[in-house]
Design a protein around this ligand. Structure first.
Ligand SMILES: [Zn+2]
Length: 452
């Protein structure tokens, strides 16, 4: 309609111009092939205009005719693209709904119309997984590696597949590829360092953790804790290999990163005892005790001082107690030492108030022994022993992942290869990091399971 009106306006303008030119211009004459033609100059200009217009329209028609196959081809391409995208969209919906049959149908349509799209490979791979066809899925994931936009998705699919197969070497190799592409992706850093740690490849584990920390993939606290755990383990290995100097550097770094981490403090005191003598080891343990008492520090302290016999032990425990006199563990250790040294009144004064404040297996055992030594009734002693049995004995390192108990600490659980899951006795329920670690592990698996 608009075009018609525009045309009418143009026509009216041309007629008006022709009338005006006819009325206001003079005749002109020219000789064409011996014949003299005389006409109004305005009319001549108008005719020239019409001829040019006709030529222009003819040119347009011819061009449209020549372009016809290309235009049709372009339209066909557009149609194919649209149908391919439509199939991908329907395929993704079917995958989300777990409808393998519909997903398979749509992935075939997508392959027909959009064979080279990484999204087609993605839904084909996911459909193959839904149908239990791992080889087909792998082929599609591999095809995605060529596309810079889709390579990471392809790698993620291959990593999940390798993990399901239990192929650790392949998983690690693929994770290093993924780390190169996306060094700031949490699940890549987290999974890779745990797998390297499980292989006890400490320099590689440290390097991934340092990278993760500098890229802020791991929080400051997570990074420091993990680094301290690795350094403490390295220190133990180096000490066992007789490399005291290197062991000392690693242990000092572990303590610096996480002063509350007991295995770091314990290995440092062990190293200091061998390199600098018992005094240095005892001073290190006193500092650790002052920060946060730990049952294993008191044992290491006695060992460092070579304290033997009830009196020497009581002297050592009195010194430790003075550093944290209000702490329940300080009081318990002092009370036990007083009991062993035969100072029953002092032992009772130390131990009895703890019943309301910090009941434990060790406390009730000490109270039972105290009552027995004090000439108390058998009934009271048995009652206290029964109470002791209600509380767990904490005399081993237990793994929060597999619940196995181990006599020695290790950065990786010897039973289930989980990283940093061993804790001493009741530490597990008291430490804040423990549930967070579990959640991190579960979160990582969920991330790998859903998106691929
Ligand atoms: Zn375990």
């Amino acid at each position: 309609m608009l075009r018609l009106m525009l045309f009418l306006v143009q026509l009216a303008l041309v007629i008006a111009a022709a009338l005006w030119l006819t009325a206001n211009t003079q005749d002109m004459s020219l000789v064409v092939m011996g014949t003299r033609i005389t006409m109004n100059a305005g009319l001549a200009a108008l005719m020239l205009l019409i001829v040019v217009w006709i030529l222009f329209q003819v040119f347009r028609l011819v061009k449209a005719f020549i372009d016809l196959p290309a235009t049709q081809r372009k339209q066909r391409e557009e149609n194919k693209h649209r149908r391919g995208l439509d199939a991908i969209s329907k395929g993704l919906s079917a995958l989300a709904a777990g409808d393998a049959k519909e997903a398979s149908k749509q992935s075939k349509v997508a392959q027909k119309y959009l064979a080279k799209s990484p999204l087609t490979h993605l839904i084909s791979a996911q459909t193959a997984l839904l149908e239990g066809n791992s080889d087909q899925a792998d082929q599609n994931f591999i095809a995605m590696l060529d596309d810079p936009q889709a390579a990471f998705m392809g790698l993620r699919g291959l990593i999940t597949q390798a993990m399901k197969r239990g192929d650790r070497a392949e998983t690690v190799a693929l994770l290093y590829e993924a780390l190169k592409l996306r060094p700031k992706t949490f699940w890549v850093v987290d999974t890779l360092f745990r797998l390297e740690a499980a292989q006890r490849r400490w320099p590689e584990t440290l390097s991934i953790l340092e990278q993760g920390r500098s890229n802020r993939v791991l929080s400051k606290a997570q990074g420091q804790r993990a680094l301290a755990v690795v350094q403490a383990q390295q220190a133990e290995d180096l000490l066992a290999a007789g490399e005291i100097k290197a062991a000392r550097t690693a242990a000092q770094r572990a303590v610096q990163l996480a002063p509350e981490f007991a295995p770091g403090q314990l290995v440092l005191s062990d190293i200091l005892r061998q390199s600098d003598g018992p005094e240095a080891a005892a001073r290190a343990l006193q500092r650790a005790w002052k920060r946060e008492p730990h049952p294993l520090y008191s044992l290491a302290y006695l060992r460092a001082l070579g304290a033997e016999g009830p009196r020497a032990i009581l002297d050592a425990m009195t010194a430790l107690h003075a550093l944290r006199p209000e702490h329940a563990l300080s009081i318990l250790e002092l009370g036990r030492a007083q009991l062993a040294a035969g100072e029953l009144v002092a032992a009772r004064a130390s131990l009895e108030p703890l019943e309301a404040r910090a009941p434990s297996h060790r406390l009730y055992r000490a109270l039972a022994n105290l009552t027995e030594a004090d000439g108390g009734s058998l009934e009271t002693v048995t009652g206290l022993q029964a109470k002791a049995s209600l509380y767990a004995r904490h005399d081993a390192w237990s793994c929060s992942a597999c619940q196995d108990e181990h006599q020695a600490w290790s950065a990786v659980c010897p039973s289930c290869e989980s990283f940093d899951t061993l804790s001493w006795g009741s530490e597990a329920s008291e430490r804040d990091e423990r549930p967070a670690l579990e959640q991190r592990l579960a979160g990582r698996v969920a991330l790998l399971e859903d998106g691929r």
